[in-house]
Design a protein around this ligand. Structure first.
Ligand SMILES: Nc1ncnc2c1ncn2[C@@H]1O[C@H](COP(=O)(O)OP(=O)(O)OP(=O)(O)O)[C@@H](O)[C@H]1O
Length: 734
């Protein structure tokens, strides 16, 4: 019996169409892990399906029926997936307990830590050699043992580097007052913010203050309610999730289908680089450099190839799913990787952002699973056939932060049995997984799945670390396939990139002017503004809202349900600005983003590229602006190979400066204090800026003044000492 695999596909992220993709045999499972944004909200829904239904549910009419399990097999698959994911999370969570306990809690904090780690990494590479004892502790020897059966490549990379979380202090963690779970209230208020601000123009200053006062009181109530909610409201969480699922079900298909596939510039010059393992590691010359069929036309960027899906040998049901999704031709990366993957090769693939990598690894995975013999429906623990690890969110970490458990190096026996069914292991955004400190976990997952499997690594950026993990993840004869033509850079040529350098005290005004200019140029504007940390994101969103721009904010301090709602709204909307931390930097497929602004230095080159990659997707045009302070210019050396040019600063008239100053004065003090502390934590971790603590504090106080605070906010002594900033003149301790 077959069933549609739609809910599980949806878990993968937002880029996939919410239509039927293919059919599966009962018991087959694709397990997505590594924290997919919709995971949490989907699970409760599925759990409720399980608890309510022991019989096949009835098909419903209309669009939503596509998403509703209609036969027994669906329900079984949902159950299976829930259990698999939870078990994998539990197991990996336990792996992480030792390295995460009591530490960071936000993506931004991870970045801070990542920067710390980069500092370590940039040191002596020889330190990577791992003493035997540490290898044992890290489980490397276990892995060695398991890898004896079939050598996958050279072992012996560093296992000592992923201790970033154990070192780095989270400056924002102290900020207990910012509770993002009062988000329902916040969401609706943020939605009406633009309109509300217009109305407020006529208010007196006093009136404004009153309103803000009551706003924060409400927020306080929201927090209390929230605490109550947290203590006893599994049901509420479930219904919240159900509501999201419902709205997703109602909107998913139309979202996808409304995307315009027709205005693609059909003029590509992708060169496809194929290397075997040794050449990918730089040990050999490129063995095989071929060009895509379109490249001979000598035109610029295109993400589509000339090959249609019906020209390759895939199952009729997959083909139907592809057609339902509105796809006809393969993208270049799909064309380049599908044959190799379908032949059973391990593949490391590099392709620019927004060029269809998700389908490139998912479609062949589905094909592989669909060809497997059916799993007996009565099998107690049906195997996981495909395991996809993505870095989007970090549920493992949340669990381990608050649960002290004995670290486990092996999955529970039942789960281990399920993992032994893995035929395909996918590491999506492998570089980010490593950067987030998941190296050890990946190694243990690799050790827990069969040697006889296919492994696929996909990313838009493939730094040295990824090549290192190839030694243990991929077979020696794997193919390295890059659709990024050498010398063309890792970004899209149809995205115009500029940077601007200006003193910090002008950044708010400049951002405002840049956004106003963009809005004036393009009525269909859709802008992402990336900020350095969650709290700085909140501050910038508050200021822009005060300036009557149509703004939403998204960052790690917002609950997942809030983020999902805002994200869905942004996906569908035009005429909207999303101010965001790096939670939106990767793997998020917002159609038609017209401009990406990055305020302050990104954590590294890769992050710059992925953030910028939220625009210019599917061959469309876009713009990117990087706004730096003079002392941040050192970052430019890491992107000097990219086509980014210096742009003159737009002029700031005194009226604009005054207006922005007024807006800043309306922002809550608490938001400024939190932003100041977060800012300090972020730049403290920057290897250049954070080196001289005296200078760092001067700059932090410059940031404080840019928010209108001549007297910088006081910071808890404990926080200062953890940041290594006790007794630095210019800081105020409390
Ligand atoms: N063959 C195709 N034809 C048309 N559209 C496609 C095709 N394959 C994928 N897409 C669409 O292209 C968009 C980008 O795909 P996807 O998000 O997988 O890109 P990506 O390369 O993984 O990007 P990133 O590196 O930013 O994660 C999505 O909207 C997806 O639905």
């Amino acid at each position: 019996m077959i069933f549609k695999f739609i809910p599980q596909l949806r878990l993968l992220g937002h880029s996939l169409p919410a239509t039927g993709f293919t059919a599966f045999k009962p018991g087959s499972t694709i397990c997505f892990n590594g924290s997919i944004p919709v995971l949490k909200r989907v699970f409760p829904f599925k759990l409720s399906v399980r608890s309510l239904s022991t019989r096949p549910s009835r098909p419903r009419s209309g669009a939503s029926s596509k998403f509703t399990p209609t036969i027994r097999g669906d329900v079984r698959a949902s159950k299976s997936l829930i259990e698999d994911e939870a078990e994998l999370s539990d197991w990996v969570g336990e792996l992480r307990t030792d390295s995460f306990r009591g530490q960071l809690t936000s993506e931004d904090e991870e970045l801070d830590a990542g920067r710390e780690r980069n500092r370590v990494r940039s040191g002596d590479r020889k330190r990577n050699a791992v003493p035997v004892k540490r290898r044992r502790e890290s489980g490397l020897d276990n892995f060695r043992e398991s890898s004896k059966r079939e050598p996958r490549g050279r072992l012996g990379d560093s296992f000592s580097r992923n201790s970033r979380f154990s070192k780095q202090f989270d400056s924002e963690l102290e900020d207990e007052d910012i509770d993002d779970d009062d988000d329902d209230e916040e969401y609706s208020s943020s939605k009406t913010r633009g309109v509300k601000r217009e109305a407020q123009k006529v208010d007196s200053w006093k009136g404004k203050r009153n309103e803000r006062g009551s706003g924060s009181r409400n927020k306080g109530n929201g927090r209390r309610n929230n605490l109550e909610r947290k203590s006893n409201s599994r049901e509420e969480e479930d219904s919240d999730a159900n509501e999201e699922i419902r709205s997703w079900k109602m909107s998913g298909a139309e979202n996808f289908l409304s995307e315009e596939d027709t205005d693609i510039i059909d003029d590509g010059d992708y060169g496809i680089l194929r290397k075997n393992a040794s050449s990918a590691l730089g040990l050999e010359k490129d063995v095989n450099q071929t060009e895509s069929p379109l490249s001979s036309q000598g035109k610029s960027d295109s993400y589509l190839s000339e090959t249609r899906f019906d020209q390759i040998s895939i199952s009729p049901l997959s083909l139907k799913g592809i057609k339902d999704a509105g796809y006809e031709k393969m993208t270049v990366v799909q064309e380049a990787t599908l044959p190799a993957i379908l032949k059973g090769k391990d593949v490391l693939a590099k392709a620019k952002t927004g060029t269809g990598k998700t389908v490139a690894f998912l479609l062949p995975s589905i094909e592989i699973v669909s060809k497997l013999p059916p799993v007996d429906r009565d099998v107690k623990r049906p195997p996981i056939h495909v395991l996809v690890i993505c870095p989007t969110r970090c549920d493992w970490r949340y669990k381990t932060c608050f649960r002290a458990k004995t670290p486990a190096s092996k999955p529970l026996p039942g789960f281990a049995t399920k993992l032994m069914g893995v035929k395909v292991l996918v590491l999506d955004e492998a570089d980010r997984l490593l950067d987030m400190g998941f190296r050890k976990d990946i190694e243990r997952i690799i050790a827990a799945v069969p040697k006889q499997r296919q492994t696929l690594l996909f990313s838009a950026t493939v730094p040295e670390e990824v090549h290192q993990i190839c030694h243990i993840a991929l077979r020696r004869d794997h193919e390295f396939i890059s659709t990024v033509q050498e010398g063309s850079g890792d970004t899209h040529s149809q995205v115009r990139q500029v940077y601007m350098v200006s003193p910090l005290d002008k950044h708010f005004s400049l951002l405002y002017v840049l956004l106003k200019e963009h809005i004036a140029d393009d009525v269909d504007y859709k802008v992402l503004v990336f900020c350095t940390t969650a709290m700085v994101t909140k501050l910038v969103a508050d200021v822009l809202s005060e300036l009557n721009l149509n703004v939403r904010e998204i960052h790690s301090r917002k609950s997942q349900s809030y983020r999902t709602r805002v994200s869905d709204e942004f996906r569908k909307s035009k005429g909207l600005i999303l101010v965001t931390s790096d939670v939106s930097a990767r793997g998020v497929d917002y159609p038609d983003v017209t401009l990406v602004v990055q305020v302050g230095i990104p954590s590294d080159r890769q992050q710059y590229i992925h953030r910028l990659g939220r625009t210019g997707r599917k061959g469309k045009e876009g713009q990117g602006i990087l706004l730096l302070a003079p002392w941040e210019e050192h970052f430019l050396s890491s992107i000097k190979d990219l086509p980014i040019a210096k742009a003159p600063l737009p002029s700031l008239d005194p009226e604009t400066t005054k207006k922005v100053g007024r807006a800043l004065s309306h922002v809550e003090m608490k938001a400024k204090e939190s932003a100041y502390q977060a800012w300090l934590g972020y730049y403290n971790s920057d290897k250049k800026v954070g080196k001289d603590k005296y200078r760092l504090v001067e700059l932090a106080n410059e940031f404080s003044r840019s928010m209108g605070l001549d007297n910088p906010p006081a910071i808890p002594k404990l926080v200062l000492s953890k940041m290594g900033l006790r007794n630095i003149p210019g800081l105020r301790a409390r």
